[in-house]
Design a protein around this ligand. Structure first.
Ligand SMILES: [Zn+2]
Ligand SMILES: [Zn+2]
Length: 225
């Protein structure tokens, strides 16, 4: 299969790699779409300790192509999004639902496990989310970055009547904006780049402030005292 790999600082390449096989508790996905994360750009720029020929890509969606031993609840052809890590499912943290803090956590797409800049990728069944028919595969690849924004908004506890400030309208900031609006908050976005500021407005920001022109803190004070 074809894969896109990190070669050395500021260099990637498309090469041939062996097909992954589904181990116990895993499936192999035929990748439909994979996002390019800001972290991927930084990883290629700075290396992040990745070895040459690391298959990157951790925001992805695909269909189940092979099912490993002990996997139930999924069928060949199911379209799924996957969180980019494998957890053990047995340690105290996994049992508390904090799989991202698993003692045996293995991340996917930044060096530990092969990622989804590939035609096929293996992932743990505990990381899978089935996609409804009305969610395209392209949108399915957004599940991971959107979940980062959702996590932030859940932790903040914002709700109707609250004012939230989102610092920066990159993809994660825009996801955070979307969820905060969904929770009923009034949202101020601070963003320098004109294109990103425009996207923030389109996605429902109540106020977009350019911090080079106006102090976001002053803006919020004006709005809510
Ligand atoms: Zn990412
Ligand atoms: Zn664990």
């Amino acid at each position: 299969m074809k894969v896109a790999v990190y070669k050395r600082l500021n260099e990637m390449a498309v090469i041939d790699a062996p097909m992954p096989r589904a181990q116990a508790g895993e499936v192999v996905l035929k990748v439909h779409a994979c996002g390019i994360c800001g972290s991927d750009l930084h990883a290629v720029q700075y290396g992040f300790g990745m070895s040459p020929d690391t298959i990157m890509g951790h925001e992805f969606c695909g269909e189940i192509h092979e099912i490993g031993a002990g996997v139930s609840g999924f069928r060949l052809g199911d379209r799924v999004a996957a969180l980019p890590f494998n957890s053990c499912g047995e340690c105290d943290r996994c049992k508390r639902g904090m799989e991202i803090h698993c003692h045996k956590l293995q991340g996917l797409g930044l060096g530990q496990l092969p990622g989804a800049y590939a035609e096929f990728v293996a992932c743990g069944v505990r990381s899978l989310f089935r996609l409804p028919d009305n969610v395209s595969s392209r949108d399915g690849a957004m599940v991971e970055p959107l979940s980062v924004g959702l996590h932030a908004v859940k932790r903040s506890g914002v709700g109707p009547g609250d004012v939230a400030v989102v610092m920066g309208a990159g993809p994660i900031g825009l996801a955070t904006l979307t969820w905060a609006k969904g929770k009923g908050a009034t949202v101020v976005v601070s963003e320098i780049a004109a294109g990103r500021a425009e996207l923030a407005r389109k996605l429902g920001a109540d106020v977009v402030v350019n911090p080079r022109e106006k102090d976001p803190a002053a803006q919020v004070r004006e709005m809510i005292g």
